[in-house]
Every structure is written in C-alpha cells, then in structure tokens.
Design a binder for this molecule. Structure first.
Ligand SMILES: [Zn+2]
Length: 272
C-alpha cells in the first residue's frame, strides 16, 4: 500500500503547488503521479503482486488515474474512516509513506499536521508526532511495516526516528518552509524505484500490537481548543491545548480526525 501525500512530492515547495484547482497544482499533480509510479515500479520489481494507492492529500483527488501504472489500484476521494491510512486493515504486507512532510511546528517544507496552520503541535504518548509518526503507529496496530518514506530531508530525519528500518528517500533539501533545493523528477524517480525495490525485502505482516494511547493537540488560538473539547473523551488541558486517551491507535486516530474537523470548522476569517 502507498499512502500518498503531496507536500513532500518532487518539486513541491509552496502553497499553490498543493492547492486543488490552481495552475501550479495542475503541474505538480503530474510530478506527484510520477513519484507514485516510480514507487509502484520498484515495489513490483521487488515482488509486489498488488499495490493499493491511497490518496492522502487535501481533497484526496490529486493523482492522475489515466497515467497510473497499471500494476496498481487507486483509492481516491474523501471521507474514509482511516483517512490517510484507509486500506491498512485489508491485509496489506507493507506501507509506503510517499510525499510526506515534517510535523506542525517543525522545520520542513510545508510542515504541518493535518491543518495547515491552526495546529501548532501534536504529541503522541508525550512524543512530538508528525502525520508520519501517527500513521506508523497505526500501521503497527495491524502488524504492517513501514517500508519506505519519501519527502524532504527533514521528513527523512523524522522517519529515521519513528521508522528506523524503513528506506528513506529525500527528493529535496529544505531551505525554509517555502523553499527547497529540488532534484529533477528523472533523479527522484530513479531513487524512489531503487529504494522501493530494496525495501520489499522487509514486506510481510508481523504481530499486531494494540495498546492504549494519549494524544495532545496544541492550537494557535483558544477558541479552537474550546471547540474541540466538546468531543466526548477530549478535555481542554490549557488555554490552547486539548488531550485525550484512546484504547487503541485506531480509536485515537478517529478521535483526532474529529478534533481536527471541529477545530477547522471553528476557524474565523482573518483572525483564525
Ligand atoms: Zn500531510
């Protein structure tokens, strides 16, 4: 399975590159599809018999199906219970985090966690958590190894901590949140394919590990914490923070999704 986000795709460095409908997005969805195809080719070379691509960015309608490698199937569109990780519970033998990015409040190209700006930090069991760390913990609950992570160099640094055995491919070097030294697609494709082939050696489900988890979320304004705290099990823990316990990572991610949706709905014009 490939969980395909867009901020960490080849060449992407700023907002318009990843906002559906813009001219830049039309350009970068082709490069994004190129990254996905490069990984599909590598996974197939490494022995994968089926690849499910789960669109994980924004509207979750970014990749070009007409250009997709025929060895893959694509889950496109929004409103999926496990969101970025929909499909992880269907018996897959490994997951690739493609086009991922650094977490909220961290240095990295287009760094954020779920919401673009309103979330300033997330911790999982006391550890600062990017989308990658959250999703890797969810994958572990189904015994699925993270095989490969791609994004900028900061994404790879992050993945080295939460998925040390995975392959890491940096398609660009972060200079600032909106600037990077980018490798052309001809180079990143080769790197992604090679890494995807090699990482298939680690494919195969292990023992599922279900444990309770605690998530804390910090917002950039007090009313977002107040709004999120109406969710059962979610408590306001400070002026701009909420926290909650969950018996499993699956439940934790579902609650996190509700928290982000409610906070997003409470954002007001210029003041946020
Ligand atoms: Zn993302």
């Amino acid at each position: 399975m490939i969980s395909a986000d867009m901020e960490g795709a080849t060449g992407v460095t700023w907002t318009d590159d990843v906002v559906p409908g813009t001219e830049q997005w039309q350009r970068f969805r082709r490069l994004f599809t190129g990254d996905v195809n490069a990984v599909i080719a590598g996974l197939a070379d490494g022995g994968a018999t089926d690849v499910l691509v789960n669109e994980a960015h924004s509207s979750q309608r970014n990749l070009l199906l007409e250009d997709l490698d025929p060895r893959a199937r694509m889950l496109t569109g929004r409103h999926k219970p496990l969101s970025m990780m929909e499909g992880i519970d269907t018996g897959v033998d490994g997951v690739v985090f493609l086009g991922y990015h650094a977490g909220a409040g961290c240095d990295g190209v287009l760094s954020h966690t779920y919401l673009p700006n309103q979330i300033t930090g997330v911790t999982l069991d006391g550890i600062p958590a990017s989308e990658g760390r959250l999703n890797a913990t969810l994958a572990a609950e189904y015994g699925v190894p993270v095989l490969l992570v791609s994004g900028d160099d900061k994404t790879c640094d992050d993945a080295a901590d939460y998925a040390p055995d995975a392959a890491h491919v940096a398609v660009k070097e972060c200079i600032s949140r909106y600037a990077a030294i980018c490798l052309p697609p001809s180079r990143t494709s080769a790197d992604l394919t090679t890494a995807a082939t090699t990482c298939m050696r680690r494919a195969g489900r292990g023992k599922p590990t279900t444990t309770p988890h605690h998530i804390d979320v910090e917002f950039d304004a007090s009313h977002l914490a107040q709004a999120a705290a109406v969710v059962p099990t979610v408590e306001q823990t400070g002026v701009r923070t909420v926290g909650f316990d969950a018996p499993t990572m699956t439940e934790a991610m579902k609650t996190f999704k509700i928290v982000t949706a409610i906070a997003d709905g409470a954002v007001q014009g210029k003041y946020g």
